[in-house]
Ligand binder design. Sequence first.
Ligand code: AKB
Length: 317
Amino acid sequence: MKKILVIGATGQIGSELTMELRGIYGNENVVAGYIVGAEPKGELLESGPAEICDVTDAGAIAEVVRKHNTDTIYNLAALLSVVAESKPRLAWKIGVDGLWNVLEVARENGCAVFTPSSIGSFGPETPRDATPQDTVQRPRTIYGVSKVTTELLSDYYYNKFGVDTRSVRFPGLISNVTPPGGGTTDYAVDIYYAAVKGEKFVCPIAEGTYMDMMYMPDALDACVRLMEADPTRLVHRNGFNIASMSFEPGQICEAIRHHRPDFEITYQVDALKQSIASSWPNSLDDSCARAEWDWNPRFDLESMTADMLEKLSERLR
Ligand code: AKB
């Protein structure tokens, strides 16, 4: 049975991934690593072990790994794209120096490492539609620069030291559990909260701006499936394009109107978010992930919208 440490276990992905992994590998085998100020609560705290584990503290990571005999680290610590622009040094410290700490601990203790990359690792010179797996990566944001670096550093540790590093390039993630904070794609979560509360949605992203998005259950499946994949089938490692849907704000609004016909949207474009969104691809080609580890998402815009509205309505009731 795997022994897993999730760093960033109380964040948007971590809070759900930790519970998913506990369901698969057993509660006691999945440690929720968190930082002071973002402590686990409720089921996340009660269902399994939790340890303070700051990604910027290599000694703390090593201690937790040794104490729990960890063999797999999910390293989810990162600042999202918009907030990273206002704290570039911190974004680098967490995203790149933090990963370096994780990789060193992994090298010394024989751990596999999963680190998410992002559609933010692409930039304006990247082919926009059906963006290939291997293509130009010259992002203009510090988030993107750090994501490209994490892909390269992870490949370096695999090629040089044999550390089993794997990653995916996540699109915008949509979840009804833990909201994101400080991302360019956050509007696609906020819009559902507005719909369920019966409010008009003021969209910070311009009509016609396409970005890849994904429902959280598919994102969690990607994390597990890739780390379980037969290594002999992996031609790529860091990081795989994965995709399930691409839409612009008007289309998500239309999908919501199938359930809430009176739902309204207006646009008040945020210059920073828009400039980031405009530099990202419209849609990714994920054929390598499909061929190398059977990536196969379940949700499209319609099925995600139905599920989001139902679950959020229950939660906010
Ligand atoms: C962001 O918007 O910063 C993230 C991402 C696409 O990586 N959701």
